[in-house]
Design a binder for this molecule. Structure first.
Ligand code: IPM
Ligand code: MG
Length: 360
């Protein structure tokens, strides 16, 4: 099969991991007789440097014309001084909104080889960690109005900032359906996370989820408040199969969920909308402190490429092949610095790429 892949190499250490993922994709293409054609796309800090815009329209057009997008990570201190609407992160949000990628899937699964890297107690990890978080990705407070204005208070002028969180029923329903469908393919358990004791948007969220749940009688459904969920993820993560939640809660909970599995450097993600053209990216950032040192862990990016093969290109055998190769590399005691432990062999970023390629 021929597939056009839009490549966002990203900022700081990100191009280093994307390079390793491309090597793996090329190996898969050779092994299975596919052709992957890459188009470089500027987004984030690199697009600001090149075009003065974190995600110009012509780059969005190229993404929409592709079969899917593979992204590293964007942002970093070089662009921190810029106003909110010109920052690299704005490019990411414009991409998600422009490609209508409302459903973000982030797995939290412990690799048995890395169980000791989890900060949780052994007896908690032993009960198993294997759940996915469905994060709503194109609505809520990240896409609401943001403004900062001057205001008068007791005769003094001060600043006042406003960020608005909005959800409509159809936005909640479509992510809800994806979450129930995901649960049906897994352990048939779904936990919807909100803050319905305080927020109107959460009360609407909950009522829509309850409506959708009528169509999925086989799924064991529960509601949980987000503060409780943050606690439950570290107290007993084995209780979760699928979690569905709004954009900001999902942003926060998925960092926590990745940490308990040992390293954020191991967690891939997919973002999809109504079509199979999606964006695949590691959930970690651009790691500016690691840039240029060839030490960042490329596995999350390589696993993201595997997810792209599985979910957008319908190539499950190829995806399994990549995941099994990574597992064998870990079995052999090979690690990168972030997942290093005593007695293991510490590899560079490209060294980890070599090791995975050798297993394919
Ligand atoms: C993520 C990131 C982004 C987000 C930032 C960089 C805007 O933290 O993908 O989780 O908050 O969505
Ligand atoms: Mg985040």
């Amino acid at each position: 099969m021929k597939k056009n892949i839009a490549l966002m190499r990203g900022d700081y250490s990100s191009p280093e991991i994307v390079a390793q993922a491309v090597r793996v994709l090329d190996k898969i293409a050779e092994k299975y007789g596919h052709e992957f054609v890459y188009t470089d796309i500027a987004m984030g800090g690199n697009a600001i440097d090149k075009y003065g815009d974190p995600f110009p329209d012509q780059e969005l057009e190229k993404c929409l014309a592709s079969d899917s997008v593979l992204l590293g990570a964007v942002g970093g201190p070089k662009w921190d001084h810029l106003p909110g609407d010109q920052r690299p992160e704005k490019g990411l949000l414009k991409m998600r909104g422009g490609m209508k990628l409302f459903a973000n899937t982030r797995p939290a699964k412990i690799w048995p080889q890395l169980a000791s890297a989890s900060p949780l107690k052994e007896e908690i990890v032993a009960k198993g960690i294997d759940f996915v978080v469905l994060r709503e990705l194109t609505g809520g407070i990240y896409f609401g109005e943001h403004r900062t204005e001057e205001t008068e208070c007791e005769g003094k002028t001060e600043k006042r900032s406003v960020d608005i969180m909005t959800y409509t029923e159809h936005e909640i329903e479509r992510i809800g359906r994806v979450a129930f469908e995901t649960a049906m393919k897994r352990g048939k358990k779904l936990c919807s996370v909100d803050k319905a004791n305080v927020l109107d948007s959460s009360r609407l969220w909950r009522s829509v989820m309850h409506r959708v749940k009528e169509d999925y009688p086989e799924v064991e459904y529960s509601d949980m408040l987000v503060d409780n969920c943050a606690m439950q993820i570290c107290r007993d993560p084995s209780q979760f199969d699928v979690i569905v939640t709004e954009n900001m809660f999902g942003d926060i909970l998925t960092d926590e969920a990745s940490e308990i599995t040992g390293s954020i450097g191991m967690v891939p993600s997919s973002s999809l909308g109504a079509t199979t053209c999606g964006v695949y990216e590691p959930i970690h950032g651009s790691a500016p402190d690691l840039a240029g040192k060839d030490i960042i862990n490329p596995i999350a990016c390589i696993l993201s490429a595997a997810m792209m093969l599985r979910y957008s290109f319908d190539m499950p055998a190829e995806a399994d092949d990549i995941e099994a190769a990574i597992s064998r590399v870990l079995d052999a005691g090979k690690r990168t610095a972030d997942i290093m432990s005593e007695g293991m062999e510490c590899l560079s970023c490209s060294g980890m790429g070599d090791a995975i390629l050798a297993e394919l």
